[in-house]
Write a protein that binds this ligand. Structure first.
Ligand code: AHR
Length: 497
């Protein structure tokens, strides 16, 4: 086995939009209640938000957080979540069959997101509601004052507008599970009219048109073609959602799933460009991959959860080591498409299919997937370079010619740093790798970080981080070449400068 990789400053894919390291907090399970918000917890601030959770989010560096859903938003009345907390209604929440106490709403979230170092990405309800509720919410959030909804915000104690820039026009509107599911034509018309009204209020905002709920939907990619035909002029992004699982216990196949992700992105790009051509438009539609992750471990447990409680433990996947490898490969895939993928949200952030978990009254801790996410966010800022990869390959159940080496390269000119992200998909053998970086004169090795565990199914728990990154020795950088051996089944961050 031997892999080769060539990097050059002039092989530019695109500047990386830092929002590809975004995440997601939905009113679902213990994400809000018992997650970011737990009044009475020793780490809670004066408003009930856990400082230890904020600290972990800041450690990752999460530039944007989508809110308040997800499926939740399609039944949400935003007015329930503003104003004096004691006057807010408790509601049946139909998407997840819980009770929503509305103790946390738009204003609390905006303040919390700023404290966590993030900007918000807000979604409007296009399931049970439409143009009117969306325009009122935008007026409430972004208009300075002197009108009904903006003055209500000021009365609620928020003198300054929130100035929310990025807005999702609904969520997964093609899904039969969605409250107020729509056909492509129904959604396209509603999203266009809603976006049009919103832009009249605030021309600075950016809008995300709903794409298919996943590439497996029977209507994909016709949904994109039809809805974008309506929304092309008003929207800036189309959304993509995708979750993977290893239900057949076939790890070689599971680690190849990022090839499916790559194909999905290429198909959506083609569909956007088809609509562009059809409309003779000069505008290029970008992609917001606003839900992505591994999600399958908790599926069975969720069936047994009692309905109509506040903050039940829903979607609490405990991630193992191989999940972290696929999450790493998914991040690599976004970097390889940095020219079109401008936003991506790891779904989700706390307790619900999340890198960060909390114990009620106890600790906050890092799941295995925390680490590739942190590394990409921390070292993956700058310009994405196209690596020329020569790697041995394997065939898996659903994919042929899967390169053992999956890699993306980031050049940060400001810091004078070059970072190689690499996954060795080989489950049992190390992969010798030679990288030609002769274009980066004078660069030497800063560090080689590796995430590896001999047990693909190893997982972390509170107070016990079995899967954690370490620095590895043995990698050398000499005369413009990096020589290393990527450990079997490993996530690698090779930093040069
Ligand atoms: O992230 C969990 C759920 O997955 C979201 O609410 C929904 O949009 C998707 O189906």
């Amino acid at each position: 086995l031997q892999a080769r990789l060539t990097v050059d400053k002039s092989f530019v894919i695109s500047a990386i939009d830092k929002r590809i390291y975004g995440s997601f907090i939905e009113h679902l399970g213990r994400a809000v209640y018992g997650g970011i918000y737990e009044p009475g917890h020793p780490e809670a601030d004066e408003r009930g938000f856990r400082n230890d959770v904020k600290k972990l989010i800041r450690e990752i560096g999460v530039p944007i957080i989508r809110y308040p859903g997800g499926n939740f938003v399609s039944g949400y009345n935003w007015e329930d979540g503003v104003g004096p907390v004691e006057e807010r209604p408790r509601r049946l929440e139909l998407a997840w069959r819980t009770v929503e106490p509305n103790e946390v709403g738009t204003n609390e979230f905006m303040k919390w997101a700023a404290e966590a170092g993030s900007e918000p990405m807000m979604a409007v309800n296009l399931g049970t509601r439409g143009v009117d509720a969306a325009r009122n919410l935008l007026e409430y959030c972004n208009h300075p004052g002197g009108t009904k909804w903006s003055d209500l915000r000021r009365k609620h104690g928020y003198e300054q507008p929130h100035r929310i820039k990025t807005w999702c026009l609904g969520n997964e509107m093609d899904g039969p599970w969605q409250i107020g599911q729509k056909t492509a034509a129904e959604y396209g018309r509603l999203a266009y009219e809603t976006g049009k009204a919103m832009r009249l209020i605030d021309p600075q905002i950016e809008l995300v048109s709903c794409g298919s709920s996943s590439s497996a939907m029977p209507t994909f990619p016709e949904w994109e073609a039809v809805t974008l035909d309506h929304t092309y002029e008003v929207a800036d992004y189309v959304s993509l959602h995708q979750y993977y699982g290893n239900r057949d216990h076939d790890s070689a196949n599971f680690l190849a799933r990022s090839m499916d992700l790559d194909h999905f992105i290429k198909t959506v790009v083609s569909t956007c460009d088809y609509v562009k051509a059809k409309k003779r438009s000069k505008k290029t539609m970008n992609l917001s991959f606003d839900e992505w992750n591994v999600w399958y471990h908790s599926n069975e447990a969720d069936i047994r959860i009692e309905p109509w409680t506040v903050g039940p433990p829903q979607l609490e996947d405990i991630y193992n080591f191989e999940d972290a490898l696929l999450v790493g490969s998914m991040l690599i895939t976004f970097l390889k498409h940095a020219d079109r993928v401008k936003i991506a949200c790891l779904a989700q952030l706390v307790n619900v299919i999340a890198p960060i978990m909390t114990e009620p009254g106890g600790a906050a801790w890092r799941q295995t997937i925390f680490y590739p996410y942190l590394h990409a966010s921390r070292y993956g800022r700058g310009v994405s370079l196209q690596p020329i990869i020569d790697s041995p390959k394997y065939d898996a159940q659903d994919y042929t010619d899967v390169p053992y080496l999956d890699s993306a390269i980031v050049f940060n000119e400001e810091n004078d740093e070059l970072t190689l992200f690499a996954v060795n998909r080989h489950l049992s053998e190390g992969l010798p790798l030679t990288c030609d970086i002769r274009g980066f004169e004078g660069y030497g090795l800063l560090e080689h970080i590796v995430l590896h565990h001999e047990d693909l199914k190893a997982f972390n728990r509170a107070g016990e981080e079995r899967v954690a990154p370490r620095r590895t020795e043995g990698t050398v950088c000499r005369d413009g070449y990096v020589e290393t051996v990527l450990q079997n089944a490993s996530w690698n961050v090779i930093r040069l400068g």
